[in-house]
Design a protein around this ligand. Structure first.
Ligand code: DDH
Length: 289
């Protein structure tokens, strides 16, 4: 199959560790949020991938269709232009990498550089065009409950354990009133991946925040942290709670499961034949010399 040979050649022309290092280089910025673009890059990788529909096979990271309106303008994607624009000069510097590979690789880089686990990553995604844009409504809304979580994530082929593990990404970053309408961070260390999200969910008292914005919870003690109603479903829902308890007790178990499920998320919907072998992507601190 001549196309296969061509794909293999084009993926092998890219030095992915060099791309990784270029992303790592632009993560920190004093002027942005909590000092790091890491969280918004994780969110870009997730929203590029979380459109997957296992029943039709469409959506997912293959295609990078968030480059186009209407998908760029879906409410859920508000603010992700910041992440896409940050990566644009890197795409120009490494023109052989597809946007879909770059966005997922950047998510892996952000996870690893913010103290998270190694996430095995494979190259080979192809960019689509505007006709491949997914319909609005495939990503979750923060003001709903457990049924909504299952509806959205079962469609992507995830089970209850995987839903809880994926949600642990909310250890990172924050909500912005000018993007989602919600406000604030989930943890006290929003630029480091930890299991604090699960610990805080179980250990703090959460109450409705009294404000004009959309319904969200605040911690009773400091009122400086937030949870979405979907986050709190991981405590109240009998199917989710056992995994929340496990991850709160055992960060290494959370890291192990998060690595596996984040890889799965980033690969959903990509034809297996397109993929390279796993490309070793080392953390900057592990690249000696
Ligand atoms: Fe999320 N997320 N997310 N999230 N998410 C927001 C921010 C971030 C939901 C809603 C929101 C995942 C699951 C869910 C990250 C990663 C992941 C915001 C705030 C909302 C709202 C956006 C803004 O105002 O800027 C809901 C609902 C769900 C769910 O139902 C489970 C998953 C699975 C991930 C993942 O990465 C695997 C990250 C990181 C952020 C922080 C972004 C930032 O700019 O900071």
């Amino acid at each position: 199959d001549p196309t296969k040979v061509k794909d293999a050649a084009s993926t092998s022309q890219v030095d992915y560790q060099a791309v990784y290092n270029a992303v790592a280089d632009v993560l920190d910025s004093e002027d942005y949020d909590d000092g790091s673009y890491g969280p918004v890059l994780v969110r870009l990788a997730w929203h590029a991938s979380g459109t997957y529909d296992k029943n039709t096979g469409n959506g997912g990271s293959n295609g990078a269709t968030m480059r186009f309106a209407p998908e760029a303008n879906h409410g859920a994607n508000a603010g992700l232009d910041k992440a896409r624009n940050l990566l644009e000069p890197i795409k120009q510097k490494f023109p052989q990498i597809t946007y879909s590979d770059l966005w997922t690789l950047a998510g892996v880089c952000a996870i690893q550089e913010m103290g998270g686990p190694i996430v095995p990553w494979r190259a080979g995604r192809k960019d689509g065009n505007v006709e491949n844009c997914t319909p609005d409504g495939r990503l979750p809304d923060g003001d709903k409950g457990g049924d909504h979580l299952r509806h959205i994530f079962y469609r992507q082929g995830f089970n209850d354990q995987e839903i809880v593990a994926l949600s642990g990404a909310h250890a990172l970053g924050r909500c912005h009133t000018d993007r989602s309408g919600f406000d604030g961070p989930w943890t006290f260390s929003p630029t480091t991946l930890t299991n604090d999200y699960f610990k805080l969910l179980l250990d703090e008292k959460w109450q409705r925040r009294n404000w004009k914005g959309p319904p969200q919870l605040e911690d009773k003690k400091t009122k400086s942290l937030m949870m979405l109603l979907t986050d709190y479903a991981l405590v109240t829902d009998k199917g989710f709670r056992p995994y929340t308890e496990t991850y709160a007790k055992d960060e290494s178990k959370f890291f192990e499961d998060f690595s596996a499920v984040f890889k799965k998320l980033l690969e959903n919907g990509v034809p297996v034949a397109q993929f390279s072998e796993v490309v070793p992507l080392k953390k900057v601190e592990d690249q000696t010399k």
